[in-house]
Ligand binder design. Sequence first.
Ligand code: SF4
Ligand code: SF4
Length: 111
Amino acid sequence: MIDFGYTPMPITVHNMDKADLSLAKWLAERDETFNHCISCGSCAATCTAGKFTDFSFRELTHSIRRGEISKAFSESEKCMLCGKCILVCPRNVNTRNIVMLIRKANQIFKP
Ligand code: SF4
Ligand code: SF4
């Protein structure tokens, strides 16, 4: 097996008709750059928290778009808010603000 330096994610199936996209909508209403992400992975490649944990802003956005809200809330706590990802993002996604909004949503969305 050739080592390409990365591991493909396992195949998963998501029923988007049943996905809870309320957090994605809530975020986009407050910071439209959430919708500008093209999942290039530059943020994850340079992430400070990613050096110490399995955190990835790119994966965080995927979780939100799949409706995995609880996972997004817990993952957002791993971000160190250093802002390096903002410097490398080709789409000017306001990553740090989006992480802060997710943390805020974690308080608001609680029953
Ligand atoms: S660098 Fe920007 S466009 Fe690329 S995955 Fe991260 S947030 Fe999305
Ligand atoms: S602000 Fe958060 S997501 Fe961005 S590089 Fe720093 S630790 Fe990673």
